[in-house]
Write a new protein. Structure first.
Lengths: 114, 115
C-alpha cells in the first residue's frame, strides 16, 4: 500500500515564476491538505481539498491555489513567487470521517526561490 | 485562537535514558485531539501518539507516553529507553474535533540522542 507521494522532491525557481506541486494521497483517502513548513518552523496550514473543492483555507494569499482531481490527487500552485515562499511543502491525506481522522504526510517538496 | 507552544527548541538525552518534551496549547474548545509527530532528517512526518481530549487516561505507545493535563492545557511526551533512531524534530499538534482536518502545529523540538 503506497503512502502519500509528492513530486517533485526538490525545485528551484526564480522570483516571479509560477510553480506546481503534486500530491497523491494514501490509498483509500479522500481528503488532501497542504502545509508550508519554513526552515526551523512547524507546518502552517495552507488549504484542504475534499470532493474536488477547497473546504478550508489558512492565512495564505490568493497566489496560493490548488486543485483536487476525481482520483483524489491534488496540486498546489503558487504564482508570482517570492523569496519568502522558499520552504518545504507538505501534503497530508486523510479520510473525511472525523472519527477516524488521522493525517498521513508525504515526504514533501523542497522549494527554493532565488 | 488556537495556538500550540513548544518552549524547548532543542533537547539532548543519553541513549537508554528518559526524556520529556513539553507542549502547551490554547483553546476554548472542549472537544479536540492532540498529537505528537516525529520528523526525522528524511523529512517524512510520522505520527507518534495521539490523545483524545475527552479521555482522561494518558495515551501510551510502547516507549512513548503522554502526560495530558486538560485543565492546564499541557501535553508532554515522554520517551523511555531512548534510542539513536529517536533523534528527530518532534512536533506537537492540535486539531479541533469539528474542524476535522485542520491541524495546528507547534514550532518543534529537536531531540538529540547521545550514544
Amino acid at each position: 500500500d503506497a503512502g502519500v507521494t509528492q513530486s517533485p522532491t526538490h525545485l528551484i525557481k526564480t522570483r516571479g515564476q509560477q510553480v506546481t506541486l503534486r500530491c497523491s494521497p494514501k490509498s483509500g483517502h479522500d481528503t488532501v491538505s497542504w502545509y508550508q513548513q519554513a526552515l526551523g518552523q512547524g507546518p502552517q496550514f495552507i488549504f484542504q481539498y475534499y470532493e474536488e473543492e477547497e473546504r478550508q483555507r489558512g492565512n495564505f494569499p490568493d497566489r496560493f491555489s490548488g486543485h483536487q482531481f476525481p482520483n483524489y490527487s491534488s496540486e498546489l500552485n503558487v504564482n508570482a513567487l517570492l523569496l519568502g515562499d522558499s520552504a518545504l511543502y507538505l501534503c497530508a491525506s486523510s479520510l473525511a470521517d472525523r472519527d477516524r481522522n488521522e493525517q498521513f504526510f508525504g515526504p514533501g517538496t523542497r522549494l527554493t526561490v532565488l | 485562537a488556537q495556538t500550540v507552544t513548544q518552549s524547548q527548541p532543542e533537547m539532548s538525552v543519553q541513549e537508554a535514558e528518559t526524556v520529556t518534551l513539553s507542549c502547551t496549547y490554547d483553546t476554548s474548545e472542549s472537544d479536540y485531539y492532540l498529537f505528537w509527530y516525529k520528523q526525522p532528517p528524511s523529512r517524512q512526518m510520522i505520527l507518534v501518539i495521539r490523545q483524545e481530549a475527552y479521555k482522561q487516561q494518558n495515551a501510551t505507545e510502547n516507549r512513548f507516553s503522554v502526560n495530558f493535563q486538560k485543565a492546564a492545557k499541557s501535553f508532554s511526551l515522554k520517551i523511555s529507553d531512548s534510542q539513536l533512531g529517536d533523534a528527530a524534530m518532534y512536533f506537537c499538534a492540535y486539531r479541533v474535533e469539528y474542524n476535522f482536518n485542520k491541524f495546528y502545529f507547534g514550532s518543534g523540538t529537536k531531540l538529540n540522542v547521545k550514544p
